[in-house]
Design a protein around this ligand. Structure first.
Ligand SMILES: [Zn+2]
Length: 282
């Protein structure tokens, strides 16, 4: 079991509002975690609202700190969260100006991927709350633009969206097809147990690692990733799962015979390799 490179596909670190990269990586490693995939946090949590470049540069720095000072292997995802567009509109920007700022941010994200500094693009997508039809349309256009950037960089995208079922998976799969992005490179962050290809239309589901979701998911297929969406924000304790959850769930499920050791190994190696197109460990 020592050999399984247990990976959390979506875990944030935040030294400004939480414990920070080194502390979280150490906690994760102690319970068996080996690989952390870390998307940048929204700009407003980084002390400089709408400075997307700053938010992305910060996550690169955190990843470097983890890789140089702990035994965890960390990878950065860079993107512009869909709530940034909503906040730009709230701040008085018109839709066109706001969208241009977000697109420019995504261009910078792609540049970081092409330079090998980031693993992929994310989290991008569309809001999980209701917005005007005009904003919704632009959010969708931005999402497709992000997929096109990923196609050209041959990298994965992590999608943040409203709570999604088969219908939404179908829609996202069509967007990927239109953008020319391989469907398995499109990763649905915070997914329910939609592991059957008939439900996820070939996208990669990243299951929120609760006992129920993972147990239901693994009954249908072994192709999925696991994540906590840990926020590392002391003002929002318990908003999502804690940083120990993916290693603990993996080991618990091996002990209970819900995963074989071989299944767990494949989930944490082959599945990631397929989604991201490269080995993530060591
Ligand atoms: Zn997130």
């Amino acid at each position: 079991m020592e050999d399984i490179p247990i990976t959390d596909n979506h875990i944030h670190v935040d030294p400004l509002n939480g414990e920070g990269p080194l502390k979280i990586a150490q906690i994760f490693h102690r319970v068996g975690g080996r690989v952390m995939i870390i998307p940048n946090k929204p700009s407003w949590t980084c002390g400089d609202p709408f400075n997307f470049k700053n938010a992305m540069d910060l996550v690169l720095r955190y990843v470097k700190e983890i890789n140089s000072q702990t035994e965890v292997k960390a990878h950065a995802l860079v993107g512009v969260h869909p709530a940034e567009l909503s906040r730009l509109l709230d701040s008085g920007k018109d839709l066109e100006t706001a969208a241009k700022m977000v697109l420019k941010g995504l261009d910078y994200a792609q540049k970081l991927v092409l330079e090998g500094q980031a693993l992929g693009i994310g989290e991008i997508g569309r809001p999980h709350y209701e917005v005007s039809p005009e904003e919704w349309e632009v959010q969708n256009q931005i999402m497709v633009y992000g997929m096109e950037l990923a196609r050209d960089a041959d990298c994965a995208v992590q999608l943040h969206t409203e709570s999604s079922q088969e219908q939404q998976y179908h829609e996202f799969a069509q967007m990927a097809q239109n953008a020319g992005l391989k469907k398995h490179r499109l990763i649905k962050h915070f997914s329910g147990p939609y592991t059957d290809e008939k439900e996820n239309y070939g996208l990669t589901p990243s299951l929120i690692a609760t006992r129920d979701v993972v147990q239901q998911g693994v009954k249908k297929s072994k192709y999925f990733l696991m994540e906590t969406d840990y926020l590392d924000d002391v003002t929002r304790p318990g908003a999502v799962l804690g940083p120990k959850t993916v290693p603990r769930r993996t080991l618990e499920f091996i002990n209970k015979g819900i995963f074989s050791e071989e299944d767990a190994y494949k989930i944490h190696t082959d599945n990631y390799k397929r989604a991201y197109g490269r080995e993530l460990y060591p």
